[in-house]
Design a protein around this ligand. Structure first.
Ligand code: 1HN
Length: 342
């Protein structure tokens, strides 16, 4: 029995524990072990028509030589001012004027570009030139050197995504600048990218990293052909996963990409998953219900599907294509992926 006269009151006891760098588990067990995931963010839609004027201003006010990248990041205010789109992920739009070069660098986070209006731009990845065409996906895997160039006569815009917030949580980010004056960086052709353009054919003596896709450039035209060839599922949707051609796995260690085609007026079955997703509307129009929110979207709009939030999508007026970037492979590798249909 505690000596009632001398026992500290619970709050005093907790204060004394805290002063000794100890916490009681009993008063915070439910907080630190919630019965299900608790996303910080409600889903959010960013409309292209609201973003576009800022891309114009960024291009005219921010000289590319003064900055690492001229990108506008889509931020959810639920992260209290932190630069996060949804848990583990950020998305952005990059704008480059004719002649602009975004200098070479490399880093441990994984990133992608998806060409929305980027005809005439190129990303150089590890000495391979990847010319951007409509709907192309270009990977910049961990620690691969990359820089961007606009050699067209018009302003170009593409969609970016990266797992920077995940690497910040893990505090595992390393960054190395390249030499901004090294002209030879840009003087390359497609190089070894040609080794990875024929599906199902792999050179037996090739030396390539097993940790991410050895293919960096995925053609939009090929993606659209495959989407058209697939039979729609029961809910009218078709999904293509971008994969590492050497292993069949996700393209990068903690960033996973998908192309989805929705059939007109067919709602997908409401689903929730422990992974986080950011959806770019590639073409068409439609409506998504994500958690408590319903969004009407059209081309170049972006919306988030935070983890463990029910989502259903419907194309309106015709079919619609979405590009989806997610942390699904990260959850899979930790054996934390759970998916549920309503
Ligand atoms: C990024 O890493 C690059 O490395 C470009 O080329 C744009 C936008 C948001 C987050 C990371 C790049 C980006 C980005």
């Amino acid at each position: 029995m505690a000596d009632v006269a001398t026992a500290a009151k619970p709050s005093e006891f907790v204060a004394q524990l805290q002063a000794a760098n100890l916490h009681p588990l009993w008063d915070r067990f439910r907080t630190i072990t919630p019965v299900k995931p608790q996303p910080k963010d409600p889903p959010l839609l960013w409309r292209w028509r609201d973003i576009e004027p800022f891309t114009e201003r960024a291009a005219s006010q921010v000289p590319i030589d003064d900055v690492e990248r001229r990108a506008l990041i889509l931020v959810n205010p639920a992260f209290a001012g932190d630069t996060v789109t949804t848990s583990n992920l950020i998305a952005a739009f990059t704008v480059l004027d004719p002649g602009d070069r975004a200098r070479p660098h490399r880093h441990t986070f994984s990133a992608i570009r998806f060409a929305t209006r980027a005809e005439g731009a190129a990303t150089i990845v590890n000495g391979r030139r990847c010319n951007m065409h409509d709907g192309d996906l270009i990977l910049t895997p961990p620690m691969c050197w990359h820089g961007h160039i606009n050699e067209s006569d018009h302003r170009i815009i593409w969609f970016d995504a990266a797992n920077i917030p995940l690497l910040r949580t893990l505090d595992a980010n390393f960054f190395e600048p390249g030499d901004p004056k090294a002209n030879q960086f840009w003087m390359v052709d497609e190089g070894e990218e040609k080794l990875w353009t024929e599906p199902g054919l792999v050179g037996t003596e090739l030396d390539y990293p097993a940790t991410h896709s050895p293919k960096y450039h995925y053609s939009g035209a090929a993606t659209r052909r495959l989407l058209a060839a697939l039979s729609p599922g029961a809910d009218g949707s078709r999904t293509v996963r971008y994969t590492n051609p050497a292993t069949g796995d996700a393209v990068m260690p903690a960033l996973d990409c998908y192309a989805v085609r929705l059939s007109k007026d067919r709602a997908t079955r409401p689903k929730r998953t422990t992974c986080n997703m950011i959806c770019l509307v590639v073409s068409g129009m439609g409506r998504s219900t994500v958690g408590e929110h319903t969004f009407d979207w059209s081309q170049h709009d972006v919306f988030s599907i935070p983890h463990w939030t029910l989502a259903s999508h419907t194309a309106k007026g015709g079919d619609a294509d979405l590009f989806v970037v997610s942390d699904k492979v990260a959850l899979e590798r930790l054996d934390l992926l759970r998916e549920e249909y309503q």
